[in-house]
Write a protein of this length. Structure first.
Length: 94
């Protein structure tokens, strides 16, 4: 299937969701159902709504990452395991 080069809100929303889950644009671009990185960067420059969605998604990912660091620090202080059992929704299949 050819990669999408024209912006669509559905694909933009999917990219934002993946960014919020902590994936990088490079990792997203490796997926067969996503546009390549150059296309996403072009969309960021040409589609203000997409750029805003991606910025918000990255803020969400950073907040989750900070919460995880806090959790790990508290767990270590209490002698608990340092990795919570979190679902990995977007892990690529082997």
């Amino acid at each position: 299937m050819p990669r999408q080069s024209e912006y669509s809100e559905a694909v933009g929303n999917a990219i934002a969701e993946l960014l919020a889950d902590g994936l990088s644009m490079r990792a997203i671009a490796e997926r067969d159902d996503m546009p390549n990185r150059a296309t996403m960067l072009r969309w960021l420059a040409q589609q203000p709504e997409f750029a805003a969605k991606c910025a918000h998604a990255r803020e969400q990912a950073a907040d989750v990452e900070a919460a995880l660091r806090d959790w790990k620090g508290q767990a270590a202080a209490r002698g608990l395991p340092s990795s919570p059992a979190l679902p990995l929704r977007h892990m690529p299949e082997a």
